[in-house]
Design a binder for this molecule. Structure first.
Ligand code: GAR
Length: 205
């Protein structure tokens, strides 16, 4: 794979960054031959994802929601940073801001998101992080999972790329379910989807 063209990937995170870690681990293992994470952006100053990026020597930028309360302004700065870095694929890995149509159209078919449920279940506005698992347990589903999909202007509504199911156990709490969904589904399908989409973009390139 010596001559494979690698596209530049920007990862947007708001929190712990375990999904970012899964991508970086896959990259290190040679499983993402068509791309390379070159920039990590967070909208939260204390996001641990930033530490993970630094450990890999990856450039980071912060546009904190408190420092930049105006969503349009924050979004403009994020877009500018991605374009200045030459990013061709944007990955939302636990990124909690909803972005406008302007942002989405600047990276048409080139933004992907990981969601901790089997879309169209437990998705849409207000369904993020632990809330998703609380809702799944409240509904009593026996199977949940994760989805990687393209980001469009409709929240969690873009075309699905990959999904993986995870069984719910009788004694699950939102926290134990969240961990299992991450371990068995998110960290598995997100790096795979990153490579699938990077390969397509590199070939179009
Ligand atoms: C993950 O479970 C991710 O699927 C979810 O937030 C968590 C972030 O964890 N994202 C959403 O709910 C987006 N709608 P991480 O920061 O450790 O990757």
């Amino acid at each position: 794979m010596a001559n494979v063209k690698k596209i530049r990937i920007g990862v947007l995170c708001s929190g712990g960054g375990t999904n970012l870690q899964a991508i970086l681990g896959a990259q290190e293992a040679g499983l993402i031959p068509h791309g390379e994470v070159t920039l990590v952006i967070s909208d939260h100053i204390g996001a641990y994802a930033l530490e993970r990026a630094k450990r890999y020597g990856i450039a980071t930028k912060i546009f904190d929601v408190k420092q930049y309360p105006d969503r349009a302004e924050r979004e403009r700065l994020i877009l500018e940073a991605l374009e200045a870095d030459g990013v061709k694929l944007v990955v939302f890995a636990g990124f909690m801001s909803v972005l406008s149509e302007r942002f989405v159209s600047a990276y048409k078919n080139a933004i992907i998101n990981v969601h901790p449920a089997l879309i169209p279940a437990f998705c849409g506005m207000g369904m993020y992080g632990l809330h998703v698992h609380e809702a799944a347990l409240a509904r009593g589903v026996k199977v949940t999972g994760a989805t990687v999909h393209y980001v469009t202007e409709e929240c969690d509504g873009g075309p699905i790329i990959l999904q993986k199911a995870v069984e719910v156990e009788d004694d699950d709490t939102p926290e134990t379910l969240q961990k299992r969904v991450m371990r068995e589904a998110e960290w598995v399908i997100l790096p795979r989807a990153v490579e699938m989409v990077a390969e397509r973009i590199a070939q179009e390139g």
